[in-house]
Design a protein around this ligand. Structure first.
Ligand SMILES: [Zn+2]
Length: 396
């Protein structure tokens, strides 16, 4: 960190560390489970307004806010988008939590609670780095846009996709504060969820030879999908590992003394950057066609349920260089560059907005959504400092 402005910002963020912690606590104490983002949205919008940002609420449904806050410096320069989501997943069974999920208790240098990792600590790094810059009166150029979305955990139809449909997803580069364990993440696997249905012939369970068992037909398909998953492990992407298949839901049968005539499967396929939506869907189709040729009585159909795009940045993309340099300013070493296996708004920012986007935040991505989810306070403050230096490098 060579220049005085950068050093002053670094010290200011250290000074406001207690407030960074209390902001995470305030946000965690609002249980903004997907669909219930209005209250946390109002708190975040008020904070953006207090910093002098122009605040707009974009809603596709009443009570589902997307907070779009803009600071136009009036000086020509790039537009930088900082994004995170307002919603969280439910806490799950409470007996697994030793700290209540919405109490935001502090223990062993960590804040505990649902959403501490995914993603209220990330959201706080964006808010507080920006506030430190504003409080110090640091002059920037271009535009700084903060976008806090609803509905991310279920795909962002009312969130980032709505913002894009309104023509409001515009920036030259972006940072999404999803949990990355302090790594710089520049790629995400795509997700294709399909439904497979088998249909048989129902009859009395005492005479199974007279019917066609749809569950047993599904077993043939499931065993073949296991083989396919093994095959996928053989091809690896340097950042994202291998593509996967997860059989997540099975439904079938009515009573044990009846041959079932319908069975339904939902299968989650995570895809590598060189795989296409159509290509992966066609692979499922080819597997069913192959099995039908071997088992003429097999009646199976396929349907797409969810598509969530992935992306992978060119390693030379400027936004990566800025974030790595900011990380080095604060931490003193080069960050680890990695990819994410789960979907985030970053994929939509890349695919719908055409914006080069990186992900960075203090939360441990492998522990997001666990019971006793928690964020380390040292990492939280350091990540805020990294975001501050990143903004200076892009708009300074
Ligand atoms: Zn998230």
């Amino acid at each position: 960190m060579k220049d005085e402005v950068a050093k002053t910002l670094h010290k200011e963020i250290e000074r406001i560390a207690p407030e960074i912690v209390s902001t995470v606590q305030e946000l965690v104490r609002i249980p903004s489970i997907t669909g219930d983002e209005a209250k946390v949205g109002a708190v975040v919008a008020a904070r953006c307004a207090a910093m002098g940002f122009k605040v707009e609420i974009l809603e596709s449904q009443p009570g589902r806010p997307n907070v779009l806050a803009t600071w136009d410096t009036g000086v020509p320069g790039p537009t930088l988008l900082l994004n995170d989501h307002l919603d969280i997943v439910p806490p799950g069974p409470l007996e697994y939590w030793t700290h209540p999920p919405f109490a935001a208790e502090i223990a062993d240098g960590c804040i505990y609670g649902r959403g501490t990792i995914d993603t209220k600590s990330g959201l706080t790094t964006l808010l507080m780095a920006t506030r430190a810059i504003r409080d110090l009166g640091i002059p920037l150029r271009g535009k700084l846009v903060l976008l806090f979305t609803c509905d991310e955990e279920v795909g962002g139809k009312h969130g980032i996709q709505h913002v894009a449909a309104q023509g409001r997803l515009k920036a030259d580069l972006a940072l999404v504060a999803e949990p990355t364990t302090m790594q710089v993440e520049i790629a995400t696997k795509a997700r294709l969820t399909v439904e497979i249905t088998t249909r048989g012939v129902a009859t009395h369970g005492a005479r199974p030879w007279l019917g066609q068992n749809a569950i047993e037909d599904m077993m043939i398909i499931m065993l073949r999908l296991q083989q396919e998953a093994k095959r996928l492990e053989g091809r690896r992407d340097a950042l994202l590992g291998f593509a996967t298949i997860n059989i997540g839901i099975i439904e079938g049968g009515t009573v044990p003394n009846m041959v079932p005539n319908k069975c339904r499967l939902e299968v989650d396929r995570r895809c590598l950057p060189d795989e296409t939506r159509e290509g992966v869907y066609a692979e499922f189709g080819a597997i069913l066609a192959e099995l039908k040729a071997l088992h003429p009585k097999l009646d199976a159909s396929l349907r797409e349920l969810i598509w969530w795009p992935g992306y992978k940045l060119d390693p030379d993309e400027t936004v990566i260089g800025h974030l790595c340099a900011a990380y080095e300013d604060v931490i003193g070493t080069q960050p680890r560059i990695a990819g994410k296996d789960a979907g985030t708004d970053a994929s939509w920012i890349h695919s719908l907005g055409g914006i080069p986007v990186v992900m960075f935040s203090p939360g441990n991505g492998l522990r997001a959504m666990n019971a006793d989810e928690n964020v380390n306070i040292d990492d939280l403050v350091k990540a805020t400092q990294v975001v501050g230096q990143f903004v200076l490098r892009v708009l300074g």
